[in-house]
Design a protein around this ligand. Structure first.
Ligand code: FES
Ligand SMILES: [Fe+2]
Length: 362
């Protein structure tokens, strides 16, 4: 492990590395942006920013499109809310746009002198979008490889999880004073669970057996964190969960490079984490929680199901807060160290992440 080439701590802060990462990592690859559940209705939209580069994903009568969220007139941000429903209009001078980003209405259009046909040269910049099951990605790179080749075996894994995912019952943005890579590193190992998730994950019987079934491709990874054999108390959780479509008896975690985290606690609930770097020392963790699909149209009793979802919401947020407290401290220490991490075998997914990162930015 010690001979592994890892990321130097100087790459966890400062404006220089941010520019490099935006160019080499976030402008080149497929970036996770949204879930189908965010954009179910006509005219619904979702915004996000990657190092402050603004993006909007919109639904035009069922067709999903991604754009740079900048008005071509005088560069106002078109949609300012995180999520919403409304026509594609910039509120500064009320220019509106069609599904190709072309200006549709321009107040006092005759006052503009332009040679370009039908204002075609003044389109909102559109970005490539790809949908894999319920997961939506965009790329700033017009020559990016197909999403299938980018994801490899993980393409099919995302389709499988999409089939397990039911309703989105929680959505929230959490601003964290942490470099985005530290957020990734933390979730791709369960070695920290017994220490900081005593009452939550560890208490449920996870993180007491070695990591298993790890698979890797192109910087993406997945692993199972099995449960101890006699975790009887948790197995009693609401009988009706036996009717869920997708089942596995582990805490399973997926990481899709560079910014998608998915964890499934025995497929009873699914957490989708979206890492959105603000700068090299600040990150938004966009959290979405889903319940699981049941077999054969089984309808759980509403009161029981609502109580279960409330419990999941409290529990996942507690876990994430336990992580955040430690990670913000790690971030603060980065300027004072000069050697790379010292990793054990339970942290081997981090080695793979660093490898992909270093290859990408070189
Ligand atoms: S800046 Fe958008 S309409 Fe003027
Ligand atoms: Fe954690």
């Amino acid at each position: 492990m010690q001979s592994q080439k890892l990321i130097h701590p100087s790459k966890y802060f400062g404006i220089e590395i941010q520019k490099i990462e935006f160019e080499k990592i976030f402008s080149n690859n497929w970036i996770f942006a949204a879930m189908e559940s965010d954009l179910t209705e006509n005219n619904s939209y979702l915004t996000l920013e990657i190092f402050e580069y603004p993006i909007v994903i919109r639904n035009f009568k069922g067709e999903l499109k991604a754009f740079q969220n900048i008005c071509p007139h005088r560069f106002n941000k078109i949609h300012t809310e995180t999520k919403g429903n409304g026509i594609f209009i910039c509120k500064y001078h009320n220019w509106s746009f069609d599904k190709d980003g072309k200006p549709k209405t321009i107040p006092q259009k005759h006052t503009f002198d332009t040679n370009c046909n039908e204002f075609n040269c003044l389109k909102v910049k559109s970005l490539s979008l790809a949908k894999v099951g319920k997961f939506i990605f965009f790329t700033l790179n017009p020559n990016a490889p197909t999403i299938e080749s980018y994801l490899g075996i993980f393409y099919f894994k995302l389709l499988e999880i999409s089939n397990a995912i039911n309703n989105n019952f929680y959505f929230d943005d959490d601003v964290q004073k942490i470099n985005w890579k530290i957020v990734v590193e933390n979730v791709i190992e369960a070695y920290h669970c017994p220490a900081i998730h005593q009452e939550t994950l560890y208490g449920m019987g996870f993180c007491r057996k070695p990591e298993a079934n790890d698979e890797y491709y192109n910087g993406h990874s997945v692993a199972d964190y099995p449960k101890i054999d006699d975790a009887s108390t948790e197995n009693k959780i609401l009988k009706y969960l036996q009717n869920r479509e997708f089942q596995h008896e582990t805490f399973r975690h997926y990481f899709i490079f560079p910014n998608l985290l998915i964890s499934s606690t025995e497929a009873t609930s699914i957490y989708v984490g979206n890492i959105l770097p603000i700068n090299s020392e600040k990150t938004i963790l966009r959290k979405r929680f889903y319940d699981s699909k049941f077999k054969n149209d089984f309808e759980p009793k509403k009161t029981i199901h609502d109580a279960f979802l409330e419990m999941v919401k409290i529990s996942i947020n507690k876990i994430l807060l336990e992580d955040k407290v430690v990670l913000e401290q790690v971030q603060k220490n980065m300027p004072f160290v000069n050697q790379t991490y010292f990793l054990g075998t339970e942290e081997k997914r981090i080695v793979q992440f660093h490898k992909k990162y270093l290859e990408t930015i070189s």
